[in-house]
Design a protein around this ligand. Structure first.
Ligand SMILES: [Zn+2]
Length: 466
């Protein structure tokens, strides 16, 4: 019951004493856990609802404290997995129940995307996505449901143990308040041919990024192209197999294709994978022979496959680390929202950095060839570089985030004299942090750093409304 909590905070296990109150309901459904978390799973007592609505049962009132133990009306492992793996969707990764118009538009989205002129495509996409503003869950433009749920459990744990503070391992190396990764999915031949210009743009602000390459059918991938990326210190990952929209259409197709995908991963020395158009089924990720995946958006209202993993921090799906996509894609910004400013990106970055999360971007070389879009991208680069200069962001390659997150997972906080210290490989870069309650609100501090730099997490009481 405490596994997710321990993996998330890396606090000593002795602090996480969770017990289920009773027999959970046989039918999972939606309920609330305080103001900021719409949960999905089985609860006892209480009544989960089949759909998200304004009057969800709030299970927070059922939590009881028994000595150092928290008596919980649900299993946090089950509920966080339901959110992260999108099991809360009525038909998570199978065929959507669609009207024939929706079905036709969905097909259009999947299969004619690269072939049609942008003007036609964006019209189809807008039709397909219509009504997205009315979706209340996950929360747009970012969703932190899993993070809010775990923060509430941490605050309750502080109360249960009646301690001033609980030590844990800070989320990012060297006490960085938050992290950003920049990734480029290469869709077409013109995009491939623009990669060297794109590297120049990234290099102009000292940012290294990853390029996701489609290994089959879209364009030729000569060894000279791969080395032109690698030799400049950029990372290479695999993007789908041929990007035809069918990768996850059924298990048999997936397993057949994933063998080839894994082989390309070896050939390109790639550690990461991303599916075409972010079509996905996290339940099948076990077949991926990659260290990490980047196919899950935090909130996917504007992507061809809706849902979202409801967090802005990396998490493990089996042995695969998921680096969720937490910012709106460039194509969506330019062609669906018709926005060439970086206001939305800045808003998302602010929400993520204030909450020590991972800001992750997909910017396609294909969509920034035009000057207007390129200017927008350069404004984003300048903004990210400024945040890094201000000490707010660690800008890293995805493989470095993967390495850090794996090392952190193996570290532990152990008592030493009257205090605590961190044990495990890579501990030199890790920082001890403390969670405290200030006027009933959760606050984080990093040992040896002033509290401002650690940035306050969202308080339990003043989070956003859904
Ligand atoms: Zn793509």
């Amino acid at each position: 019951m405490n596994r997710t909590f321990i993996d998330y905070y890396r606090c000593p296990e002795s602090f996480a004493n969770f017990t289920l109150i009773g027999e959970p309901s046989s039918n999972p459904g939606f309920f609330r856990f305080g103001e900021n978390a719409v949960c999905y799973g089985s609860i006892s007592p209480g009544f989960p609802a089949p759909e998200v609505g304004p009057n969800l049962y709030d299970a927070l009132a059922d939590v009881a404290i028994d000595g150092p133990s928290l008596l919980l009306p649900f299993d946090p492992v089950e509920v966080t997995e339901n959110l992260r793996r999108e099991r809360y969707l009525s038909d998570p990764h199978g065929d959507r129940k669609t009207t024939s118009l929706e079905g036709a538009l969905s097909t259009a989205y999947r299969f004619v995307r690269p072939a049609l002129p942008v003007a036609v495509r964006k019209h189809l996409h807008r039709l397909y996505l219509r009504g997205w503003e009315k979706l209340s869950f996950p929360h747009w433009p970012i969703d932190r449901t899993v993070d809010n749920l775990l923060e509430t459990l941490l605050a309750l744990t502080l109360k249960a143990h009646a301690v001033d503070r609980i030590p844990f391992i800070w989320f990012w190396p060297e006490g960085a308040p938050s992290c950003a990764i920049l990734t480029h999915d290469v869709e077409t031949l013109p995009g491939r041919n623009f990669c060297s210009r794109l590297m120049d743009l990234d290099d102009s602000v000292g940012i290294k990024s990853s390029f996701q390459i489609v290994p089959e059918r879209r364009y030729a991938v000569p060894a000279s192209f791969l080395s032109s990326l690698r030799d400049r210190g950029f990372e290479i990952n695999i993007h789908d197999l041929n990007h035809d929209g069918h990768l996850f259409s059924n298990r048999e197709v997936f397993l057949r294709r994933v063998e080839r995908i894994n082989a390309y991963g070896k050939e390109f020395a790639a550690r990461g994978f991303r599916a075409g158009s972010l079509y996905r089924n996290p339940e099948w990720f076990g077949a991926l022979d990659f260290a990490y995946d980047m196919s899950l958006p935090s909130v996917a209202h504007l992507d061809p496959q809706r849902g979202g993993c409801c967090t802005v921090l990396p998490f493990f799906i089996g042995r695969v680390l998921e680096l969720p996509l937490t910012a709106t894609q460039d194509y969506t910004l330019f062609h669906i929202l018709n926005d060439y400013s970086i206001d939305l990106w800045k808003r998302q970055i602010a929400l993520i950095t204030e909450n020590h999360g991972l800001a992750s971007f997909i910017v396609h070389p294909d969509y920034v060839i035009q000057k207007r879009a390129r200017n927008t991208y350069q404004a984003l680069l300048a903004h990210l570089a400024q945040l890094r200069a201000d000490g707010i962001l660690w800008i890293a390659l995805p493989r470095d985030v993967d390495r850090w997150w794996r090392e952190r997972r193996q570290m532990s906080v152990v008592p030493e004299g009257n205090g605590w210290r961190i044990e495990g490989q890579g501990k030199e870069r890790a920082r001890l942090a403390f969670a405290t309650l200030v006027d009933g609100k959760l606050e984080f501090t990093i040992e040896g750093q002033d509290t401002l730099k650690a940035r306050r997490p969202a308080s339990l009481a003043s989070g956003r409304r859904r």
